[in-house]
Ligand binder design. Structure first.
Ligand code: PLP
Length: 341
């Protein structure tokens, strides 16, 4: 079992300021995988602030249409499910394809389960030995960008479900690369899928996400959450953003163009990503800690990962107005002769 400490998260610019100084506005923050172009919401109507937020059918319908899936429950961020799912099983054996968003490991560990970090190559062996009960896959992966095919995932799911196991697929980054989504299979026993509104829509602050799974589990989760678990403004905003197909298509284009730019700039600077998605770029290096600090001294805040034997830096998108400065600072930081990439 691998012990994991309480996870740090990207987007923690206050920590950058506390450690390295400056004002928040001095920094280029590419430490999270959140789109810098947020969905442009209109002003929230007064009644949305005032009314108690009943379960909103308009949000659910918009989500069912966007995701092409009926078996959904809205959550105040997919993080809610990440914290709740470990409490719905008796202590058992969990494997997480790693590196990965560290909250999965932490939450299952905190709930008393036996958690191991494995690679995707090790999954078949674990399933053959029946040595795991729950497999967690972030697909596409944050931070590595690895993508596992839907066919492979379904084979893993079949093997787990036979023994009452679960396959949890965290699709927080799947909006830009939906090829391998398992949402069309939602409803299969033991298959749990998580989606997030925060990343692609750039609306992490409203706290909205979804879980898709078989109906009895959806009902159990709904009951555990109780009434009013998503604010009225979040439901209202989610319904508008999920319904706006023209904006979604434009956002896809913006993110793909940004991905191309980020790969080119990082590669020119000697930090070619080994994996990349439109919202994140993964640069594994044994020198990650020193590089992170060096970049921070030049007011670039990226995300440092040090998970078991995975060391690396993850860069999120840099918006147009900061791109020239990002390039200058990146080169200045990496031109230090003591820097080994
Ligand atoms: C892979 C992954 N899953 C889930 C989450 C939680 O997202 P949210 O609660 O905003 O939906 C994050 C947040 O960074 C993430 O990176």
């Amino acid at each position: 079992m691998d012990a994991v400490n309480q996870p740090l998260h990207g987007g923690d610019l206050q920590r950058a300021v506390a450690l390295y100084g400056g004002d928040l506005t001095d920094w280029i923050d590419c430490s999270s995988g959140i789109a810098p172009w947020a969905y442009p919401l209109p002003a929230v109507p007064d009644d949305v602030w005032q009314r108690l937020p009943d379960q909103d059918d308009a949000l659910l319908k918009a989500a069912q249409n966007y995701y092409g899936c009926d078996q959904l429950l809205p959550l105040a961020g997919s993080q809610v499910a990440i914290a709740l799912l470990p409490k719905l099983r008796a202590p058992c054996r969990i494997a997480i394809i790693s590196p990965a968003y560290a909250e999965h490991h932490w939450q299952w560990q905190q709930a008393g389960h036996q958690v191991s970090a494995i690679s995707s190559e090790q999954v078949d062996k674990c399933l053959e030995n029946s040595s795991i009960d729950v497999l967690i896959v972030v697909n596409p992966n944050n931070p590595s960008g690895e993508q596992i095919s839907a066919t492979t995932l379904l084979a893993w799911h079949a093997s787990l479900a036979k023994r009452g196991g679960w396959l949890v697929v965290d699709e927080a980054f799947a909006d830009c690369c939906p090829e391998n989504t398992l949402l069309p299979q939602a409803g299969l026993s033991g298959l749990i899928i998580l989606r997030s509104i925060g990343k692609f829509f750039g609306l992490a602050g409203i706290r909205l996400g979804f879980i898709a799974c078989e109906k009895p589990l959806l009902a159990e989760i709904k009951q555990a959450l109780g009434p009013w678990h998503i604010s009225g403004p979040a439901q209202w905003a989610g319904q508008i953003a999920l319904s706006d197909k023209a904006w979604q298509a434009a956002q896809q284009q913006r993110l793909l163009a940004n991905q191309e730019w980020m790969i080119a700039i990082l590669s020119e600077a000697g930090l070619a990503p080994s994996g990349s998605l439109p919202l994140l770029h993964w640069c594994p290096t044994p020198n990650a800690k020193a590089l992170h600090s060096q970049l921070a001294k030049h007011k670039i805040w990226c995300r440092l990962f040090q998970q078991n034997n995975h060391q690396g830096l993850r860069f999120g998108p840099v918006a147009e107005h900061q791109q020239a400065l990002f390039k200058t600072r990146l080169w200045a930081a990496l031109s230090n002769p003591t820097m080994v990439l």
